[in-house]
Design a protein around this ligand. Structure first.
Ligand code: SF4
Length: 411
């Protein structure tokens, strides 16, 4: 429901490809990807995970295709999946051909471990005949040995050259239905590699920090790399590579895009103050409880939980809805305007109930339905708190006064 203030949607122009029915690049919404952790041969288990990823915000899901059973599994998974399926291929070109036979929407090839030109060209040729795109998935940890020798290490130049070599082979069979990734677990290397790649080609780019590790540090690393590039207009599809339930990957990807204003809000955005000495409530406990209960509703709204009524409603005036802690009371506000004052023990229920009405009736109607006494009651509550705590907990005005005197100010 909340409105963008700054627009990061300016993207570098890239060619558009279709991964099944999902467009990637060329101005299409940036997509979220994840990868299943089940054995692909376990059709029901893999489909259950794909549905969970879809519910968490994944637009495209990758499954490994590492043996015959996996390829056979793909043939059953593809027609029942709610999202396009990408087959992940390492070492064996036959697995790429089998995955194409299974009807996947895209292949991912790693140029570092599928190296024979004739095999690569055969796969590209077959993909071309079927209209299936390929992701050239370069990885800093598995470059062609020649490139390590030439550059001495996995440098941005080495990563880009790996992608360009693969593109050249594809070009020999007239195939360019591609997207490209140059992932590294080292974030600065990843950023520089994508920047260089973005200069060199106009194919859609799949962003990711590989092997980012478990949350929360994995999420921080992946976000540092992916968000930096997205803010520069680079990147058309993203994946968080976390050592965690892949649902967390999909959720993180979706949340990042929503936070950057690059995708419509699909779920809750809970903002909460960090709390401080002014807080009249246990902000951490209240925010957790609000998050748990609001997430269950699936409402796509921004809700604020603020520790005090002195600063809370003003600081969170952009939120669709919020609650701020007063003295044994909660001030419920919509877009910064107090609409009701409730007892402390009723804060969460009041927040939930107002969220439901907000979704049903809209902001204007709920502002019109505000308790006419709410503002006056809130003001009295704030004034009582000023009396009790003082308006300036940090004694800032006294300090400023002393500084001015010392510097010979006039006031
Ligand atoms: S809203 Fe109030 S309690 Fe929360 S950080 Fe700001 S001043 Fe402190």
């Amino acid at each position: 429901m909340s409105r963008p203030v700054v627009d990061l949607a300016m993207r570098k122009a890239t060619k558009q490809i279709m991964v099944g029915k999902v467009p990637v690049g060329g101005g299409a919404p940036i997509t979220v990807q994840s990868m299943t952790t089940t054995k692909t041969a376990d059709v029901e288990g893999t489909l259950a995970q794909i549905y969970a990823l879809y519910a968490a915000g994944a637009d495209i899901v990758r499954c490994t295709c590492n043996d015959l059973e996996a390829a056979e599994g793909l043939a059953q998974i593809v027609p029942r999946s709610p999202v396009p399926i990408v087959a992940d291929i390492h070492f064996h070109y036959e697995m790429a051909l089998a995955a194409l036979e299974a009807g996947v929407a895209c292949l991912r090839l790693n140029p570092g471990n599928l190296r024979k030109p004739e095999e690569i060209k055969l796969v590209a040729s077959e993909a071309k005949d079927r209209g299936v795109p390929i992701r050239i998935g370069v990885n800093a940890g598995s470059l062609h040995p020649e490139l390590y020798k030439k550059y001495g290490n996995a440098t941005p130049e080495a990563m880009v050259e790996s992608a360009l070599r693969e593109l050249a082979l594809f070009g020999e069979v007239g195939f360019d239905d591609v997207k490209i990734s140059v992932k590294a677990s080292n974030v600065p290397l990843m950023i520089e590699s994508y920047r260089a790649l973005s200069e060199a080609v106009n194919y859609p780019l799949h962003l990711g920090v590989t092997e980012a590790g478990p949350p929360p540090s994995g999420i921080v690393k992946a976000t540092a790399g992916i968000a930096t590039l997205l803010a520069e207009g680079i990147g058309d599809t993203i994946r968080y590579s976390l050592t965690a339930d892949p649902v967390e990957e999909a959720r993180a990807g979706r949340q990042l895009l929503e936070a950057l204003g690059l995708r419509e809000r699909k779920g809750l955005d809970l903002i909460a103050c960090p709390s401080c000495g002014r807080a009249e409530i246990d902000v951490i406990a209240l925010a957790k409880e609000a998050q748990r209960r609001l997430e269950e509703t699936g409402y796509p709204i921004q809700v604020a939980v603020m520790g005090c009524v002195v600063n809370g409603p003003g600081e969170a005036r952009e939120a669709d809805l919020g609650i701020a802690g007063g003295k044994h009371k909660g001030h419920l506000f919509i877009r910064g305007k107090i609409v009701r004052v409730v007892k402390e023990e009723e804060m969460i229920d009041a927040l939930l109930s107002e969220a439901e009405k907000l979704m049903e009736e809209g902001v204007e109607a709920r502002l019109a339905a505000a308790d006419p006494n709410a503002e006056a009651e809130a003001r009295a509550d704030r004034e009582a708190l000023f009396e009790l705590r003082g308006q300036d907990a940090n004694l800032s005005s006294q300090k400023i006064e002393r500084i001015r005197k010392r510097l010979g100010g006039t006031e």
